[in-house]
Structures are given as C-alpha cells and as structure tokens.
Design a protein around this ligand. Structure first.
Ligand code: NAP
Ligand code: ZN
Ligand code: ZN
Length: 407
C-alpha cells in the first residue's frame, strides 16, 4: 500500500515531530474530527449501494481515516492513499467498521511499540467498488468484509491448511503490519481499502452490512476455538467476559447446542446473558462462592482483556477439560497460574488466535443460517475516542460499529 498524499492536499509531514522518523507517509490536517463529514466524496456509502455496478477505476484511491498519533491522544484525521489495484486486488468502499478491544490495545501500546500514525480497525464491511483484472471471486457491487489479515505467505503448512493466522512466515495483519511493498498497513477506520481477493469474505444478503463487521474478528475469534475444542450438544461451556467477543461466543455456542454459563464482572449484564442464550450466570467470580460449579464445565473460553485471577476458574473445568484464553492483556502484566491450578484434573491451558479465511467464511455463513446477529451501537467517525473509553469501562453493549458515512 502506498500511504501517500493526494496532489490536492496541503502536505504537512509531522512524522518527525512525533519522533517516528520520516517514512513513506505524509500526514495532513491532524485536527480532531475535522473534515470527516465529507469523507466519502463522490461515491458515498449510499451511492455505492444504489449504483453498485459502476466501477470506480483502478486507483490509487484517496482515503481518509481516523488514526492514532500517540498512545495518549484522541484519534485524528489522516489522509492517505490506497494502492492502485494489482491483478488480484479488490477495492472496497468501506461502510462500517467494528471497534475491537484489540484496536485499543494497539492504540494504547499495551502489546508493543507501534508505528504511528496508525489507522486501527479489523472488522471491515463494505461494497466492492472495483476489481483487478484477475479477480474471479468478486465483482463490483458485492457486499464483503475483511478481518484481521490481508495477506500471508500462502505456501507454509499453516497456510496450506487454511490457518493463515498461524502462517509460519507471519501473516500480514490488516493494520500496523509491514506490507510486502514495505509500507505499513492501515485498517478499517477509513473510507477505503484495497485487499487481495483471497482475504476478502463474502457477506450474505441476509446479514445487515452494519452487523457484518463484528463477525470478521469477534465472531471468528470465538467460533474457531469453540469448533476446535468440540463444543456442541451435551457440552457445558463457560464464557468469561460478556463483551464484543463474549456475547458472540454465548450466541454461537448456544447455536452449536451447548449449555452456556456466562462468567461476568458486571451484575447488570446477567439479564442480557440469558437473553443471548446462557443457561446460567456467575457474577463476580473473584468473590462469589463457586463450589456448586466445581468440575462442571467441558470448556472455558476467556475473553477478558486485562489481567484477572484465573486460579478460581480452573476448578470449574471437568477432568481433562481445556481453558482457552483469547483475551490478550497488557504484556507488562502477565497472568499468574498457581502450581496446582491445572494438575489436579489434568486440565489444559490454551490460547487461540482469530481464524483462517475459509473458517471465517464458514462462521459468517453459520451466523446467516442461525440468524446470529451481534448487538451493535452505531457511532460516527468522530465518536471513536469516546467509544474506546466506554469499551474500557465495560459500558459497550456490545459492539460499537463506526458508520463511516457519518462525520
Ligand atoms: P470487550 O468488548 O471490551 O469485552 C471484554 C469483556 O471482558 C468486558 O465487557 C468485560 O465483561 C470483561 N472484563 C473483565 N475484566 C475487565 C477489565 N478489567 N476491563 C474491561 N473488561 C473486562 O473486548 P473484546 O473486543 O471482546 O476483546 C476482548 C479481548 O480479546 C481483548 O483483549 C482483545 O484484544 C482480545 N482479542 C483477541 C483475539 C484473538 O485472536 N485471540 C481476537 C480479538 C480480540 P464483563 O462486564 O462481563 O465482565
Ligand atoms: Zn479484533
Ligand atoms: Zn504461510
């Protein structure tokens, strides 16, 4: 991807002043919220839906996004360009993007030092606006999504097995990753993206485009381990944390036929948990008496995003059962596991990362079939920083989705 300024924009390269050094990256008018209302230009989101057959041309595509410039400031406007179409590239006019807690971890540098400015967002949903000459899976007007990855090596054993997320040569993630041309990828808090067709997911007509984004990360991240560990009829499953991932996990595990117990730190989510399908709810596990749940669960999926106590949860697992962590806290605050936590019932502590492209399509089709919909609250581009604060404060119900057409 070329992160370059369009000719008509007044260039102010403030990368040096941010201490990140000059790169192939030009930044304009970094004013909080400025100019986002008119972001979509001639091909507005609505126009793309109503006249989908008209191709937009081969690019490059002027793009506007909301970027993190430092770990402590609100997001601000960034203007850049998406690359011209390669043979297998699909240009996507983005309509919506979900707000994942991983975006916040990146933005706050919880996991590593980031390269700023960084446009987060890996729950993209939009409409195909143009295709490269060798694209055969998509055509202009198709409704599509993109998740956490935009490329991988394609030839290692993991890629061959459809598990590109574990690519032995390193999957290229949707933002904050070095692309093949050496530029940094930028994510879905933006008006446009250009992605290789092999990493584009088809969105069935029965799924509202605004509700498609959260399937691309939250949905697949819980679906993959639920499938891998054989969740289905007759199984009892614990879901820790009723947030973006957690609420999808409750719905999906229920649709798979399992009996779900939600483990939450929020008393006021108990009603929702049951509405989403949970048979039981444990509130405040740290202080609650959990003795009646001892050795009752076949699998626990933990989605909580910061360091929390695990030792009280392991005894809930049946003999041989697995506790899978998908939540990813701060690297500076690693989890603690006591010496007897796992050995008393030969339990396993595991992790899981998103899902492969084939599996993501399978999850999207599974959600269409079972009418599983994420609970979303639409926000504008200008509302992202506020939404991040609310997510951290556990106030999201249950996924914020950016309506990219609104400023
Ligand atoms: P989210 O919407 O904020 O939900 C997380 C939930 O965890 C909260 O709603 C809350 O539920 C619970 N929680 C417990 N302790 C918390 C605390 N100290 N602060 C905030 N919430 C707390 O987040 P998400 O988007 O679902 O993401 C969850 C985690 O998964 C993040 O760490 C994210 O980076 C990670 N993730 C991993 C993958 C992967 O591939 N493994 C993919 C996507 C996301 P209750 O109120 O019910 O307690
Ligand atoms: Zn995510
Ligand atoms: Zn690979």
């Amino acid at each position: 991807m070329k992160n370059q300024l369009t000719d008509k924009e007044p260039a102010v390269n403030n990368s040096e002043s941010l201490g990140i050094g000059r790169r192939d990256f030009f930044v304009t008018s970094a004013v909080v919220g400025a100019g986002v209302a008119g972001l979509l230009g001639p091909l507005s989101a609505q126009a793309a839906e109503t006249s989908p057959k008209k191709s937009l041309g081969q690019g490059p595509y002027p793009t506007e996004g909301m970027a993190v410039y430092s770990a402590t400031e609100p997001l601000k406007l960034l203007k850049f360009e998406r690359r011209a179409l390669g043979p297998k590239d699909v240009a996507i006019k983005l309509h919506y993007c979900g707000v994942c807690h991983s975006d916040i971890h990146h933005g706050h540098e919880d996991w590593r030092k980031e390269t700023f400015p960084l446009v987060p967002g890996h729950e993209l949903a939009g409409v195909v606006a143009a295709v490269g000459p060798s694209v055969n899976k998509f055509k202009v007007g198709d409704r599509v999504g993109v998740g956490c990855m935009v490329n991988s090596c394609r030839h290692c054993s993991m890629c061959a097995a459809g598990m590109e997320q574990y690519c032995e040569n390193g999957a290229i993630f949707t933002y904050g990753a070095k692309d093949r041309d050496g530029t940094m990828t930028q994510g879905g808090y933006s008006t446009f993206n250009v992605v290789d067709e092999d990493f584009v997911i088809r969105v069935p007509n029965s799924i509202d485009l605004a509700e498609a984004g959260p399937l691309m990360c939250a949905g697949i991240t819980v679906y993959s381990p639920l499938r891998h560990w054989g969740v289905g009829p007759g199984k009892k499953v614990g879901i820790v944390g009723l947030g973006g991932l957690g609420h999808m996990a409750v719905k999906i595990a229920t649709a798979m036929g399992a009996a779900v117990t939600v483990i939450t730190t929020s008393q006021n989510k108990a009603g929702d948990a049951r509405k989403f399908g949970a048979k039981d709810v444990i509130v405040n596990p740290d202080s609650a008496d959990l003795s009646k749940y001892k050795r009752s669960l076949d699998f626990i999926l933990d989605t909580a995003p910061y360091k929390h106590k695990l030792d009280k949860l392991f005894p809930l697992l049946k003999q041989e059962a697995t506790f899978c962590m998908v939540g990813a806290g701060r690297v500076a605050e690693p989890y603690e596991i006591g010496p007897f936590a796992l050995l008393l019932a030969r339990n396993s502590y595991a992790g899981s990362q998103i899902g492969g492209i084939r599996e993501t399509q399978e999850l999207v089709d599974f959600c269409a079939l079972h009418k599983i919909r994420p609970e979303i609250t639409k926000i504008s581009m200008n509302g992202i920083s506020d939404a991040w604060d609310k997510v951290v404060a556990k106030k999201a119900r249950y996924r914020y989705v950016i309506d990219i057409a609104t400023g």
